[in-house]
Every structure is written in C-alpha cells, then in structure tokens.
Design a protein around this ligand. Sequence first.
Ligand code: ADP
Length: 523
Amino acid sequence: MRPDLRTQQRDFMLEITRAITAQLDLGEVLRRVLHASLVMLAGRVGIVALNDKRDGKYNVRAYSGLSQEDVPQLNIKLQELMAPADEGGISREFLNQKLREMADAVDPRLVQSIAMPLVFARNPLGLLIVFRSYQTAITSEDLNTLQSFADQAAIAVNNAQLYGELNKEHQRLEAIVNSSGDGVFILNPNLRFQQANLAFERMTGWSKYDVVDMPVADVIVWDHAPGQDIEAALEAGWAGANETEPGATTHYVEGDLVRRDGMTLSIGITYAPLFAEDDQLESIIANVRDITNFRKAQEMQSVFISSVHHELRTPIAIIKGYASTLGRDDVEWESDVVREKMTIIEDEADRLTALVEDLLTASKIQAARELRLNPADTDLSAVAARSVARLRSQSVHRIELSFPENFPVIQGDAARLRQVIDNLLTNAIKYSPDEKTITVGGRFSEKHVTVFVRDEGAGIAKDQIDKIFERFYRIDDKLTQRAQGTGLGLFLAKAIVEEHGGEISVKSQPGAGSTFFFTIPRD
Ligand code: ADP
C-alpha cells in the first residue's frame, strides 16, 4: 500500500475507534465506517446491513451514495441473499448474482461489489458492502482494509447490543421492583437511601423521591426496639468481608414502624447485601413486608389456645369435684342429691364432648378446606328439640320452641346441624341475661327451610356482624369477656351451613337482642 494511503487508513481507524469509545450513537459509528471504506476502496455506493436478532433478517442500517427509496428493495435482496446462510451456506455464484442484482437495482453504473461480514466472537452481526462503478482487480489489500473496518463496525454493533440488553434488563428489574406488593428499598453502604418503590411509599407514608439520600434511621423509625437494627448489625460485622455464604447473609428485623404520618404499622424487613467484584459492600437491598394480618392471626391463636385451655379445665374440674364428693365413703348421700350431682357431671361431660367436637370439626375444615357430610333424612325441628332439652337443664333462661307442625324433612347431616343449633343456642344463653327468653324456631318455603335462634340479649354492633363468623373472632367487650368461649362456634356454624348449600345470617338491634338464621335448601 502507498505510504499516504496507509496513513489515511490509520487516521480513519483512529477516528472510528474514538467514535466507539466515546459511545457515539451506533448509526453515527456505522456512517463513519462506511465513509472510510468508500474513500479507501474508491467505492461509489456502500451499505451496512445488520442482522436483526429477533427474526434473523438482514436490514440496511447505514448507507452512502443512494437514496432512502432504494432501501426497501435492498432489504428484500439482502433477505434473499442471506436465506441459504443457515442451510449449508451461500455459494460464491449465488453471492455474486445477488450482489449484481442489488447493484442493478440501485444504479446500473455499479459494476463491481465487495462484501465483508461483520462478525464478533463468531456471531454473524451483519454485512458491509462496497459497490464500485468501474471494473478493476480486487486486491488483497482492498480486502484487508475492508476487513479492518468491518471488525471495528462489529465491535460497535456488539457494544450497542450489549448496552441494549443491559438497558432492557434494567427496565425489567425496575418494573418488577415497582409492581411488587412488598416494599423494596436500596441503601448505599453508608445506609442512605438510593431508591424505593411504590409499595414502600404506601407502607411508610414517605415519597420515594423524598427519601433519596436520607439516612435509613431517619425513615425507618421503630415504635419499640426491634432486636438488632441494620446499623447495629453492620457494626457487629454483618455483611463483612468474611461472610461468604450467600444465604446466611440476610438480616431480618421485625417490629412496629412509625410511619411518616405518625401511625404505626407492623412490618418485617429483610436486608440482603450486594457485593462488588472486590468483595466490598456495594449496596443493601431491603424487602419490607406488612405483617399486620400475620400478627393479628398470631394474637388470635394465642387467645384461642388460652380459651381452649380454660374451657377444657372448667368442666373437668367440676366433674372431678363432684365425682370425688360422691365417692367419699364417709358420707351417705341421699338419692336425690346423688341424682342432682350426677346430672351436673353429665352436663359437664356433654359440654366437654361438644367442645372437643367443635375443635375436631375446626381442624378438619382447616386441613381439607371443606367438611365431609353424611346426609340423610333430617327433621330439624326434632334436632332443635333435643338440643333445647339438653340446654334447658343447664340454664335458667326460658327457652321456647316454635316450629310449625308440618315442618319438612330435609337432606342433611343431623349431627353437624345439631352442632350449629347447639352453638347458636349456647351463644344465646351466654350472651343474654338470665331472666330473658330464648326462642328456637323454624319457617319454611317451597325451596328452603329456615331455623332461627332469637334472644333478648345485648345484641351485636353493626360493624362486628361480619367479623363474628371469622375463626377465633370474639368481640372485645365486657359481655364477651364474662362469658367463656373459643371464637369457633359461629365459624363452624357458617362452614357447616354453607357445606349444606345454605346461608347463615344475623339480625341484631344492639340492646334489644339478636336473631341468628340459617337456611338450608329442601332438595
Ligand atoms: P364464642 O362464643 O366462643 O366466643 P362464637 O364464634 O360463637 O365464639 O361467637 C363469636 C362472638 O360473637 C362471641 O364472642 C360474641 O362476642 C358474639 N356473639 C355470638 N352470639 C351472640 C349473641 N347471641 N349475642 C351477642 N353476641 C354474640
């Protein structure tokens, strides 16, 4: 090569390399590559076509010496040219023929063409083609020159693709973080906020823009000491250089957060460190979860366990007390005293049986999420009468039955429905004063039978009506505190009635009593 040409080629290469390192737009870099190729090879027209990864098709991305209108037909020719690339490759004749067709389509004066693939790490990224308007020998110098420019173009294309993928990945992560139902925030190693998401805003009341650069301790303020907070954990060596096991490095803090508006919220935060390549802490990613419901469930469960404990202990103590009194051999008991005490023992044993039955039913519902029924012909008025007869003996209330004579028989599980009536009736007894009347009755229509239990007790406030059917739920007032219970009765009643295809509801006037209804379809 002539020395002046060699200098020119070197200058072009320098310029292209600078354009790549300055991260200029890919189109601009490719235009410079084309310009250099055309000048060095004395070409008239040039194109750079790139392989679109999504469909594998080649399209013109930069051109020189032709007009925009020529591009669509060149794209068609390019696709024809590259079609056999996957199946056995492209023959020299086929290549020459297609290049000639391209040249003819653009300008009939173009008589010679040189094509060079853009390849990076064996990946075909595109083609660089130079068309000449005169016929001359294509020298190995021509090819080497074009090859060096094609290599530069390939580097630029590869960089742009990597950058595009990185950007897409970044956007995908942003979308995941922002749409997450959990709060997410990122801290720098000095424990200042870098970023937070929408759920974090909702939980803490802090805007994700306001927190940027704020120290974590100014935003995450605890109402009561939550064990080891993140500052203390870092000081104690958490996420230090000696921690290599990835799973072991998260740090969990749980407690009541004071929100920006002063209200509190039960949350749990999991901190995970992110290390740079040199093992230095780069950032800390935190995941915030609202654990209010979990806490409430835990509290309800522990109240439930202590209620069950009490509920079991009371009848057992009574039974044991009466049995040992009757068993004393130094006393001769009158027969009616014996009968009275035996009745009490029997009643308490019944209470125990009912409680155990309720517990069993509840655990079955929880395990299988449904209840198996043994349906048979069931007369609910008779079931109610038996339930009333048993509970009358244990209570001082007036308990009345009010069923029409021809109350229809339905298909149902008599033992389970007895559980429902027992629970409603026990509640009516527990939650109304001694001198009041309780009525258990029934109505029916063509399609349904309805059983109701009416009391003249304290009633239930409107906002509590939906909640009383929840598992373990007990109204937090004096009346409920006085009466023993597990909060399971209405939950079970609802489950059993619904398993029969029916519905349970309550009408109540606080101060004037409540009426619970349940309806079962007749067929
Ligand atoms: P338990 O009676 O064991 O507490 P239930 O599930 O049977 O549990 O009832 C839930 C709550 O509903 C009770 O704690 C009580 O506060 C309220 N409740 C139920 N029945 C009545 C009623 N007849 N009158 C007033 N309050 C009632």
